[in-house]
Design a binder for this molecule. Sequence first.
Ligand SMILES: [Ca+2]
Length: 212
Amino acid sequence: MKRGTIMAVCVGASLSLLMLASPQQVHATIQAPDGWIYIVGQQTAHGEVDPVGQLDVLGCDLGPLGCLPSTGEVTLDFSDCPDITISMQHDYPGLIYRSCTLVGAMTDANHYAHFRIVGHTLRTGCSPSPGLVKVSYRGMPRGTLKVACFDQDGDGVGASDLSLVLADLGCGVYRSRSDFDGSGTLGPNDLSIFLSVYFANGSNYGDIRLCP
Ligand SMILES: [Ca+2]
């Protein structure tokens, strides 16, 4: 399930500009998974959050020689994604719940903030699936992510989710929530990625602590 190169290009370009930037300018770029995020479930109830949802975001304050040793918060804003709901509590270490549409994580010593977010879709079938996740570092907008979601009905990934993903693929209209390879289209590769998560059993459980 390897990802596009658009964000990787942005990484290189941003880092080039980074060296020319004035001190205290803030910078964040999306290191992986290159332009989109997976909303996942948990292996057991309140257990490990599915590693397939791992998102690592680079963020740092710039000095003349590169990143300063300071840390800051990277936030992911889901307010433009009305068909995605996230948990009100998060078991993944370091994740900061801000609101029903906003989560954050502090950058570590290597300037990365780490995310694994539990949630599910609110609407199914051929209903609309609009919106992008807004990424900020220390409150400064730094880009957007597509969002795809394996648990489409809220009770963990199972046969019913397979049916809903197949429904999306058959709708004939693009649905970001089922675009698991971030290609901008829905097709067999998305189904293949969904099935790999389905059979890996890492998102077996949803979370009842979800925003309304
Ligand atoms: Ca796709």
